[in-house]
Design a protein around this ligand. Structure first.
Ligand SMILES: *Cc1c(COP(=O)(O)O)cnc(C)c1O
Length: 465
């Protein structure tokens, strides 16, 4: 079963287009049936046939060099092998007696990551389901740290303080929506999230941030957290963590870095200066299923002061007894929002050793250099406008020639690319205008590919007019 699946998967991979499936309606018709739970089981062979004809050919191929839409890409082969082990052995990371060596590996990987990002003794971290959960974890730790140590209020025991409506966190207007979502889930509401404007380079406007905090304080609000983004989802822009760190110190606030996207840059000696200030932050979101090219899901949250994980610790007699810890049995559930949890750390452990510093350097540099190349090319081309100079590996631009409705033209270009060319690129909005986006995570993308794609886009634009 496993080996025939592997064979079918590799055959389906032969098609090098990102998408060769049909339209949404046609897909619905292919997949829909009265029930997926027949009275009698069909058996593996029948279902496998269905998988081979209906599913595999219609899957999006994130490994394709024609896929550059979102922040995930091909998976490194050794980490697909690791996935087989992870699923087969089904360790759960909550308690030592469900994951003995896996627990050791996660602890080892977390310790290495803390050093890699410049954290010292006392730092800690945990693997999570993704950047959204990493951000949420950090916001919980920030809120609890602030209530406990600044407001002298035990939030874990009593729930939100009476003046909770006054708590404020600050993040740029283009930061990830998991900030608002977390604020809502934590009982703080969207109103607690102050959206700070960005400058021309799509970085948080520090002057505006200072004014907003001062104004809030004057109005009796309580600033407790700043979230800087290291690699905004659309533009890959990096907020100035050094300046944010000064403001946090002045105001006794927590600094979280959402580096879901940009965390991968640390693997490049050539470019790591761009993210070196991560070490100044109280917590860092690292996503391995984005720039690091690991299979979904794989993420971690790192914390400068590991003791703040106490916010998430609660003991159960059947799972994580207090005496375990005293006897040297580590139960990682003490740091996690999840209970049952995947052994994702194995993928990081494997790929770091397989590739080494040099191997990683090449992967990351290639994607950064492709972005710089495309930027240079489009900047010189009068048919296009490029929104910002890339700091990581995304290039956002628009086709602008002619007086026609360029928003519609840009939208149509993207759709045509999917259905006519099997090429999937991104689309977003900047300053009210529709833009196209190349997210160049795949290190196999060549300059020639980029040159050809720009010409295809120009041709498609001409046809639309
Ligand atoms: C992708 C992303 C997230 C969310 O991460 P998931 O792994 O998708 O949950 C958060 N922040 C930024 C900046 C992102 O790009």
């Amino acid at each position: 079963m496993i080996s025939e699946t592997a064979k079918a998967v590799s055959e389906a991979f032969c098609d090098d287009k990102a998408y060769s499936g049909p339209t949404p309606q046609e897909l619905h018709d292919i997949i829909h049936q009265d029930s997926i739970l027949p009275e009698q089981g069909l058996g593996w062979k029948a279902v496998f046939d269905r998988i081979k004809t209906q599913v595999l050919p219609n899957l999006l191929r994130t490994s394709s060099t024609d896929y550059m839409a979102h922040l995930h890409g091909p998976s490194l082969l050794e980490t697909i092998a690791a996935e087989v082990i992870i699923s087969t052995f089904n360790q759960s990371m909550d308690s030592w007696d469900q994951s003995p060596v896996a627990t050791e590996i996660e602890v080892e990987v977390i310790n290495h990551l803390c050093r890699l990002y410049g954290y010292g003794a006392g730092s800690d971290g945990v693997f999570t389901s993704g950047g959204s959960q990493s951000n949420q974890t950090a916001i919980i730790l920030a809120r609890d740290w602030f209530c406990n140590s600044v407001l002298k209020y035990d939030i874990k025991k009593h729930g939100l303080p009476e003046n909770f409506r006054r708590l404020r966190m600050y993040t740029s207007e283009i930061s990830h929506f998991s900030m608002e979502k977390s604020a809502h889930i934590l009982g703080l509401g969207y109103e607690s999230v102050v959206k700070v404007p960005v400058d021309r380079r799509k970085k948080m406007d520090i002057q505006a941030l200072r004014q907003l905090i001062d104004q809030d304080k004057k109005n009796g609000n309580i600033p407790f957290l700043i979230v800087g983004t290291v690699g905004t989802t659309d533009f890959g822009s990096i907020d100035s963590l050094a300046e944010l760190s000064v403001i946090c110190k002045e105001n006794n606030m927590w600094l979280h870095a959402d580096a879901a996207y940009g965390s991968g840059v640390i693997m490049s000696l050539k470019y790591r200066d761009r993210v070196a200030d991560l070490k100044l932050c109280d917590s860092i979101t690292v996503d391995f299923h984005k720039m690091f090219l690991l299979p979904i899901s794989c993420s971690a949250v790192l914390v400068k002061n590991g003791a703040t994980f106490d916010a998430l610790t609660i003991h159960a007699d059947y799972l994580n007894r207090e005496e375990d810890e005293e006897d040297g049995y580590i139960n990682l559930v003490d740091k996690s929002l999840q209970t049952t949890r995947r052994f994702d750390a194995l993928k990081v452990w494997t790929s770091f050793q397989v590739r080494g510093q040099q191997g990683w350097e090449e992967l990351i540099n290639k994607s950064m250099e492709n972005a710089a190349y495309l930027y240079g090319k489009l900047k010189e081309d009068k048919d296009f406008e490029v929104i910002t100079e890339p700091e990581i590996s995304s290039v956002v631009f628009r086709y602008v020639r002619g007086s026609e409705d360029t928003d519609t033209i840009n939208k149509k270009i993207r759709r045509c690319l999917i259905h006519r060319y099997g090429t999937v690129i991104g689309q977003t909005v900047s300053d009210g205008h529709v833009c196209l986006k190349f997210t160049l995570l795949n290190p196999l993308i060549s300059r020639e590919k980029l040159d050809n794609l720009v010409e295809t886009i120009r041709d498609l634009a001409d046809i639309q007019k």
